[in-house]
Design a protein around this ligand. Structure first.
Ligand code: DOR
Ligand code: ZN
Length: 441
C-alpha cells in the first residue's frame, strides 16, 4: 500500500506532503495528489526520521513473562521507533552467533521495528574471557555493538582487547561503567538521601573511574567506545575531555536521568530503583546541558522490563530497571524542548540520526523483509530515502497508565504523570506500524 502524508511539518519546520511507495519516499512537495494512495492528514503533526534506540532490554530468550521481542517491538513502534538494539543479557546470554541470529529472526518475524542484536563482550557476561566477537560480526545478525550491559567489563586488559578486536569490523564497545568494588551492596545514589534512608550508596566515582579509564583506552587503541547511560556531572566532563582529545568516544543519556532524582527514593517504591541510579538535581542539569551541547551524543532508553515478582518487593530485593520505550520521546520533549535546550531538529539528531550512525544502521540501502544488514535508519526525510519515519502530535498531552502500555511489564516510573507530545503514526519501510496512536498488528 502507498501512503500520501499531507501537510506534515518536517523536523518541526516547513509543511510538506510526502508520498511513500514501495518503502521509499517517492515524492515530496506541496499539494501532492495520488489516486491510489491512502491519505493521512498530518497538519499540526511533526515528521521525524524513525527513532533509533541503542539500548533496549527485550527479555527473550529466557524471561518471556517480562517481555518478548514482539511485545517490546510493539512498545517501540508506539514510542516512534523504527529500530532498536537489543541488549544481550538474556538467558541464554547473546554471546554466540546462534543466539544473536535467534533474536534477529524473532525481530523479523514480528516486523514492527528492525531489531538489531547487540553481542556480549565476554562469555556469559562473566568478565573472564572474550566472547567470539568476530563470529557474531560475521553472522546473519552482523553485530557491530558489543556490551556486557548490566555488568561492567571491569578488567582493563579485557576491555583493551575488546576495543582492539572490534576495530577490524568498525565495531564499538558499549560500556556499562560501574567499578564493581565501589558498588558492592549499593542500592541507590550515594549522597544525602542515601544517608537519610540508610540505604547503601552507589557513588558517582564508581561510574567516573571506569569512564576515565575507558576514554584513555579508546585513545590508546584508537578504537570506538560508547558509554552507556551516563548519569553524573563528572561523567559529562570526562566525556567532554575525551572528545576534545579527538578520540572516538560517544555517550548516551536515558530519559529517566534527564527528569528524575534520588529524592524519589523517599517513597521506597522500587519502581525508582535503576542502575545507574537516579542522581541529584545538579547531575540532571549537567546531563541536560551535555545533551544540548553535543557532549552526550544520544538519548537511549535502557528500557528494562521486569515482572511483578522481581520488582514489586522490598527495595533491596527488587531488580534495577524501568520501562522506557513508550515514554522516551515525551520525557525528552518535557526536559529538552519545553526548557528551550533543543528544537525538533536537535531531537531528530539525538534520537535517530546519531544513534543510527553509532549503531551502523544508517546505510543507504533499504533492507528487504528477507534480510541483509539492517539499514535505512536515521536518514534525512528526502526524496528516494527509505520511508522510516514517525509523526508526532506536539500539542497532545497524555497521562501514563502502566496497565495500558504495550510492554508485558508494568514498571514505569511515570505512572499517573501527565506528559507532553504523543506519537500519532510510525512507518517502517512505508508500512504503518502505528496509526492514530494504535499499533497495527
Ligand atoms: O537498571 C538496569 N537494568 N540497568 C542495567 O544495567 C541492566 C538493566 C536490566 O537488564 O534490567
Ligand atoms: Zn547498564
Amino acid at each position: 500500500m502507498s501512503w500520501l502524508i499531507k501537510n506534515a511539518s518536517i523536523l518541526g519546520g516547513e509543511q510538506q506532503d510526502m508520498l511513500l511507495r514501495d518503502g521509499v519516499i517517492t515524492e515530496m512537495g506541496k499539494d501532492l495528489q495520488d489516486g491510489e494512495a491512502e491519505i493521512l492528514e498530518a497538519a499540526g503533526l511533526i515528521a521525524l526520521p524513525g527513532l533509533v534506540d541503542l539500548h533496549t532490554h527485550l527479555r527473550e530468550p529466557g524471561r518471556e513473562d517480562a517481555e518478548t521481542v514482539r511485545s517490546g517491538s510493539r512498545a517501540a513502534a508506539l514510542g516512534g521507533y523504527t529500530a532498536i538494539c537489543a541488549m544481550p543479557n538474556t538467558n541464554p546470554i547473546a554471546d554466540t552467533a546462534g543466539v544473536v541470529e535467534q533474536v534477529l529472526r524473532l525481530g523479523q518475524e514480528t516486523g514492527l521495528v528492525d531489531v538489531q542484536p547487540i553481542g556480549a563482550v565476554t562469555i556469559g557476561q562473566r568478565g573472564e574471557h572474550l566472547a567470539e566477537l568476530g563470529t557474531m560480526a560475521d553472522s546473519a545478525a552482523q553485530v557491530r555493538i558489543f556490551s556486557d550491559d548490566g555488568h561492567c567489563v571491569a578488567d582493563p586488559v579485557l576491555m583493551r582487547r575488546a576495543l582492539e578486536y572490534v576495530r577490524a569490523f568498525d565495531g564499538v564497545v558499549a560500556q556499562h561503567a560501574e567499578e564493581p568494588r565501589l558498588t558492592e551492596g549499593a542500592q541507590m545514589n550515594e549522597g544525602e538521601v542515601s544517608s537519610q534512608l540508610g540505604l547503601a550508596g552507589w557513588p558517582a566515582v564508581a561510574e567516573e573511574a571506569i569512564i576515565a579509564r575507558d576514554v584513555l583506552l579508546a585513545g590508546h587503541t584508537q578504537s570506538r567506545l560508547h558509554v552507556c547511560h551516563v548519569s553524573t556531572a563528572g561523567s559529562v566532563e570526562l566525556i567532554r575531555w575525551g572528545k576534545q582529545k579527538g578520540w572516538q568516544v560517544t555517550a548516551e543519556v536515558c530519559p529517566h536521568h534527564l527528569l528524575l532524582t534520588d529524592e524519589q527514593a523517599h517513597s521506597y517504591d522500587p519502581v525508582f530503583k535503576v542502575n545507574p541510579p537516579l542522581r541529584t538535581a545538579a547531575d540532571v542539569q549537567a546531563l541536560r546541558e551535555g545533551l544540548a551541547d553535543g557532549t552526550i551524543d544520544v538519548v537511549a532508553t535502557d528500557h528494562a522490563p521486569h515482572a511483578a515478582q522481581d520488582k514489586e518487593c522490598e527495595w533491596a530485593q527488587a531488580r534495577p530497571g524501568m520501562l522506557g520505550l513508550e515514554t522516551a520521546l515525551s520525557i525528552v520533549v518535557q526536559t529538552m524542548i519545553e526548557t528551550g535546550l533543543l528544537d525538533w531538529a536537535g531531537v531528530a539528531e539525538r534520537m535517530s540520526i546519531t544513534p543510527a550512525r553509532i549503531g551502523g544502521l544508517n546505510g543507504p540501502q533499504r533492507r528487504g523483509a528477507a534480510g541483509g544488514p539492517i539499514a535505512g535508519h536515521g536518514r534525512p526525510l528526502a526524496l528516494g530515502e527509505p520511508a522510516n519515519l514517525t509523526l508526532i502530535d506536539p500539542a497532545a498531552r497524555w497521562t501514563v497508565e502502566a496497565a495500558s502500555l504495550a510492554s508485558l511489564s508494568r514498571n514505569t516510573p511515570y505512572q499517573g504523570f501527565e506528559l507532553p507530545a504523543r506519537v500519532s503514526a510510525t512507518f517502517l519501510r512505508g508500512n504503518a506500524t502505528v496509526l492514530d496512536g494504535k499499533v497495527q498488528l
